[in-house]
Design a protein around this ligand. Structure first.
Ligand code: IPM
Ligand code: MN
Length: 355
């Protein structure tokens, strides 16, 4: 198969982890006889530095012209510490998601057999966890208007807005995923307080009869925040709005042992985007120590979700599991044992794929 992949490394550790994913993707191409080409684009703080715009039109054109987008991370402390900055790297990511129509962010949480003992949670709670979030990605409080400050600058406001249509399209993806999995769907909301959440709940209730094989549970987000840590095996597919999904998926990453391990896929339109859920981790940038596995597993999701190539996707997750089992790990997982460099992990995985 011919594949054109847009490579958006972004900021911080983005370029290093993307470089490892490229090694792995190229090895897969070689092994399975695919013709894979890459085109690089700027996004985030590096794009602001170069062009003044965190998501330049040229980058959008590259994404639209590609078969899939592989994205690293975005963010720079110089903006985090300057709440008055007019342009922010994160705006690039949000605009990219919106302009590409990526309304659903699929974030699986699973455990790795050789790492379960490293989770801060008790083994019987995390062993065998397999759940997936469908986070709404282009609506809600991230985008709602009005937002900003009053004239005196003494009050700030954000607006949470959801249309029925936005909820329906995300919920349907969740229902369909549940049908292929353990047939349990949890609608996460705050319907006891928020009008948007009541629309979510009502809409999901209306859709439920169309999926009679799926059991639907409705749970408030605060309760989910607790149960997710207490008994994560209670969940299969969770659907939720943008902000709740952002927060809960960081929390869920603790289950697997390291945030550096968790991939995601953003879906909704022709061009799909794949990115690790971790951020730009500026303290580690350029040191060759960051964990590239979240990005490499995102590349695995890319073969599956963007190209329907399950064997390729599985081979990547298999070699990742082998590397973990054999202790070929970065320092976030090594915990005092031998730590490998970011680049060594990429080399090892690529060699294993071709062996
Ligand atoms: C994520 C990130 C982003 C988000 C930030 C960088 C804007 O935290 O992908 O989860 O909040 O969506
Ligand atoms: Mn986040």
């Amino acid at each position: 198969m011919k594949m054109k992949i847009a490579l958006l490394s972004g900021d911080g550790i983005g370029p290093e982890v993307i470089a490892q994913a490229v090694k792995v993707v190229e090895a897969i191409g070689k092994k399975f006889g695919h013709h894979i080409t890459f085109e690089k684009g700027l996004v985030g703080a590096c794009a602001i530095d170069a062009t003044g715009d965190p998501y330049p039109d040229a980058t959008h054109e590259i994404c639209v012209g590609a078969d899939a987008v592989l994205f690293g991370a975005i963010g720079d402390p110089k903006y985090d510490n300057d709440p008055k900055a007019k342009v922010r790297p994160e705006q690039g990511l949000l605009r990219m998601r919106q302009k590409l129509g990526l309304f659903a962010n699929v974030r699986p949480t699973f455990t790795f057999p050789s790492l379960v003992h490293k989770s801060p949670l008790k083994l019987d709670r995390v062993d065998g966890v397999d759940l997936v979030f469908f986070r709404e990605l282009t609506g809600g409080i991230y985008f709602g208007e009005p937002r900003g400050r009053n004239e005196q600058g003494t009050k700030a406001f954000d607006t949470n807005v959801y249309s029925k249509e936005e909820i329906v399209r995300l919920a349907r993806m969740g229902f369909e995923a549940a049908q292929k999995r353990r047939k349990l769907l949890t609608c996460v909301d705050k319907a006891n307080v928020m009008a948007t959440s009541r629309l979510w709940r009502e809409t999901v209730q209306e859709l439920a009869p169309e999926y009679p094989d799926v059991k639907v549970e409705y749970e408030f987000v605060d309760a989910v925040a607790m149960r997710l840590i207490q008994w994560p095996k209670a969940y299969d597919v969770l659907i939720t709005e943008n902000l709740f999904g952002d927060i809960l998926t960081d929390e869920a990453s603790v289950i697997s042992g390291s945030m550096g391990l968790m991939p995601s896929a953003s879906l909704g339109a022709k061009v799909k985007l794949f990115e690790p859920i971790h951020g730009s981790y500026p303290q580690a940038a350029g040191k060759d120590i960051a964990n590239p596995l979240g990005t490499i597993l995102s590349a695995s999701m890319m073969f599956d979700y963007a190209f329907g190539l399950e064997a390729e996707a599985k081979l990547i997750s298999d070699v990742v599991n082998q590397s973990l089992a054999e202790g070929i790990v970065t320092e976030d997982i090594a915990e005092g044992g031998k730590a490998y460099k970011t680049s060594e992990i990429g080399d090892w995985l690529a060699a294993r794929i071709l062996s």
